[in-house]
Design a protein around this ligand. Structure first.
Ligand SMILES: [Fe+2]
Length: 326
């Protein structure tokens, strides 16, 4: 049986087949992922690779404090084609957490994931914290963060489909982000060996052990696929971490080979990975693209401060009509 058919018959994907075409808010560049149709897949792949070679899509998109329709459309187009886009506001334009919430709403992002360390607005402030609960989590330290998609430890019905990361203030040194479109990761894996993507779509491909604090369990085991189809949009979704501790990969040779290939893809040189150090007022909006962070150093008067908004919703550019954010 051809590998693409084995993929289509995978239990996880088969259960979603019935809603494959019920995609809302489909925009150019983010069409449903044609995993079942080889010819459609080849067209989709060719288009994605054309966009991946267009460096103009990586140019930061200027956003006014009250973005115009044109600005929002430019941001939407870049995000839809590359899986992420960098925006640029003036550092003195008064961007705050409520502005970020309204930016997300322009793209259909309403349901914020209020995780353990989030602020009351469900947006998380990322800065070095010496004490408290956040101190045990790497995002609140100055250490590097390995490649991942957000919420890989979330339950299946609470997957993160979009993310906004905003730089209020960069570190004195370091703190560069890596970014990689999940569609391109899928293409690279399938080009290398179609069995890789089938293995990573297995419902038990990746398991995350429980999270326990002071003897009490605050999150149970989470087991699920790396690749799945979002039932609401028909688009690809990825759940992944490159960390090696506190993760259990399915004990299957093809799965372990696929994981090794992916890790090498993300960390090797000429691979299409984008590295960018956000300046004050800049941010990334993305479809929960793969991302990482280098370590950094704060100084007395230059401390890294980022805001992070995670969404259960997917980006929906058909809603970006209103130019007003304030
Ligand atoms: Fe993250």
């Amino acid at each position: 049986m051809p590998a693409f058919l084995r993929l289509a018959l995978d239990e996880n994907l088969r259960t979603l087949n019935g809603v494959f075409l019920i995609a809302r808010g489909i925009i150019p560049g983010m069409k449903p992922f044609p995993f079942q149709d080889p010819a459609a897949y080849e067209r989709w792949r060719a288009q994605k690779l054309r966009w991946a070679s267009d460096d103009s899509l990586l140019t930061p998109t200027p956003l006014s404090a009250e973005p115009t329709v044109g600005e929002l459309q430019a941001l939407g187009e870049r995000t839809s084609k590359r899986g992420f886009a960098i925006y640029q506001t003036h550092p003195d334009s008064g961007v705050d957490k409520s502005w970020l919430i309204r930016l997300g709403q322009q793209f259909g992002l309403e349901r914020l994931d209020s995780n353990l360390c989030a602020d009351p607005e469900s947006i998380t402030t990322l800065k070095v914290k010496a004490s408290d609960r956040p101190a045990r989590y790497i995002p609140y330290s100055n250490r590097s963060i390995n490649w991942h998609t957000d919420g890989y430890y979330n339950p299946a019905d609470q997957q993160i489909n979009a993310l906004i990361l905003h730089c209020e203030s960069p570190a004195a040194e370091g703190g560069e982000n890596g970014l990689f479109d999940i569609d391109l990761a899928y293409i690279a894996l399938r080009d290398e060996n179609p069995d890789f993507v089938a293995a990573l779509a297995h419902p038990r491909a990746m398991s995350i052990p429980p999270n326990e604090e002071a003897g009490s369990r605050i999150r149970d085991w989470e087991t699920g696929p790396v690749f799945r189809i979002n039932p609401e949009t028909g688009r690809l979704h990825m759940r992944y971490t490159a960390r090696t501790r506190n993760i259990v990969w399915r004990d299957d040779p093809t799965t372990l080979e696929a994981v090794a290939f992916l890790q090498n893809l993300l960390t090797s040189g000429d691979n299409g990975v984008i590295r960018y150090r956000l300046s004050a007022g800049e941010g990334v909006i993305c479809n929960n693209a793969l991302h990482c962070r280098t370590g950094f150093e704060d100084s007395a008067d230059q401390k890294r401060l980022f805001y992070r908004a995670r969404y259960f919703d997917s980006l929906d550019f058909s809603r970006s009509r209103s130019p007003r954010l304030n």
